[in-house]
Write a protein that binds this ligand. Structure first.
Ligand code: ZN
Length: 85
């Protein structure tokens, strides 16, 4: 009798595990249309050094290139004390 109970429990656990695996395998398909785009590119702030999403950056045209800062205050700091290289 105990053996039958054990078999039933093992069978139920096996079925639960199988449906869990199937759910996890199917999950990526539901979000398959969402791929990382240019909007999700992370860029580094040259002033404070943190990384932030490019679309949220504050742009500044400087010396023929466009620099991106995490905030306007970092942009202002860059303008106040430009990096000497
Ligand atoms: Zn910054």
């Amino acid at each position: 009798m105990k053996l039958i109970l054990l078999i039933i429990i093992v069978y139920l656990v096996y079925r639960a595990a199988k449906s869990w695996v199937v759910r996890n395998l199917q999950a990526p398909d539901q979000n398959g249309s969402r791929h990382p785009s240019i909007d999700d590119v992370m860029v580094k702030d040259p002033v404070c050094g943190i990384y932030f999403p490019q679309r949220e950056g504050v742009a500044l045209k400087h010396g023929g290139q466009t620099l991106l800062f995490c905030s306007a205050s970092c942009r202002d700091r860059f303008l106040e004390e430009p990096k000497q290289e």
